[in-house]
Design a protein around this ligand. Structure first.
Ligand code: SF4
Length: 349
């Protein structure tokens, strides 16, 4: 027995270890996911990076394409930046793709192509945060590391009826998660607790009636699981607006520019915009339209920390010496979801 949560009324069931109850459930009901077929750290790490802020359904086809194109960490390390970004496009949070690539290069250059086997060693790699380090250490190497993501935080808040609201509650929730982490079966336990949060202890309407750890759950005992985790009210999401200029040369080719490697949507290609990140560069603003600009309407895109309304305008212009791309060549330029919305609205993509 690893740990038993003290409960006001002791029953026979409560003497069963939390970890034992969860593992028994996981062995029967655990999800079958493509990355669970692997014991090699590379595909496990790849899946964990992709799954951050992204659903299993979205990640699954990307994961298959990545492994097919880059079957080893050496193959990924040797890839061109543009190829990595290209395969990632549409998955969002593009800094993850750049960090993924930097991490693969570090594993090959500094560790002979082998991932460090401990949570601490993994943390020292570029782009690997506490969650990913713990997940890879537990699942690939069997280290008794505690995985804490949003799902696990929610489960802990309910199990212990934590009265501190998020995000302030994070250290307390982590401590609870550490207390429950067993010393054996670390990989299965990490996946079991994440499955519990994803499929049973869901954000809305948790399925307490079929929860394997209901006997250990303070919120269940009080009948108020829906109240947890408590949250500090969010400030309203700021709204930004601007114009996306789809400039077309006399041959119908589109002007694209590449964003700086660092920062929002780093390294991706885009049509020029103004009004939300700064004005249109002067040489572009001086171009004279050869026909009446076409207002294609406005698209909305919601980033994690602001929303953006972009008016999409299509303009025919003479061709200056810049990067002009035919519709057939668009696929060679990694584009963000925002830009694909813009170009779809303009009837170009
Ligand atoms: Fe979550 Fe309900 Fe299980 Fe408690 S009993 S851990 S609230 S699903």
């Amino acid at each position: 027995m690893e740990y038993t949560i003290p409960m006001p009324q002791r029953t026979r069931q409560q003497k069963t270890s939390f970890a034992d109850a969860l593992l028994a459930y996981y062995r029967v009901h655990g999800r079958t996911l493509p990355w669970r077929a692997h014991t090699d750290p590379y595909p496990i790490w790849l899946a964990e990076v992709m799954l951050q802020q992204t659903t299993v359904a979205t990640v699954t086809p990307y994961y298959a394409r990545f492994l097919e194109k880059f079957p080893t960490v050496q193959a990924l390390a040797a890839a061109a930046d543009a190829d990595v970004l290209h395969l990632w496009q549409g998955l969002g949070y593009y800094s993850r793709a750049r960090n993924l690539h930097a991490c693969a290069k570090a594993v090959v250059a500094d560790h002979g192509g082998h991932f460090p086997r401990t949570e601490e060693g993994l943390r020292a790699l570029p782009g690997i945060g506490p969650y990913t380090a713990a997940a890879v250490a537990a699942i690939a190497f069997g280290e008794s590391a505690t995985v804490v993501d949003g799902n696990v935080e929610r489960v802990m808040a309910r199990l212990f009826r934590v009265q501190t609201p998020l995000p302030k509650a994070r250290p307390e929730l982590r401590r609870h998660a550490q207390t429950l982490t067993p010393h054996t079966h670390a990989g299965d336990y990490a996946q079991a607790i994440m499955d519990l949060g994803s499929t049973v202890c869901t954000p809305r309407s948790p399925k307490c009636d079929r929860c394997p750890v209901a006997a250990f759950c303070a919120a269940y005992a009080h009948g108020d699981a829906d109240r947890y985790p408590l949250k500090t009210p969010k400030a309203p999401r700021p709204a930004k607006a601007g114009v996306a200029w789809c400039l077309l040369d006399p041959d119908g080719r589109l002007y694209l520019r590449q964003r700086p490697a660092e920062g929002l949507l780093g390294g991706l290609w885009e049509v020029p915009t103004d009004g939300w990140e700064g004005p249109l560069p002067a040489p572009l603003a001086r171009l004279t339209a050869t026909a009446e600009p076409e207002d294609c309407g406005t698209i909305r895109h919601v980033f994690s920390h602001f929303s953006l309304d972009l008016q999409v305008v299509k303009v025919a212009v003479p061709r200056p010496e810049r990067t002009w791309v035919s519709a057939a060549d668009l696929g060679a330029h990694p584009l963000s979801t925002l830009m694909r919305k813009v170009l779809t609205r303009a009837g170009i993509f």
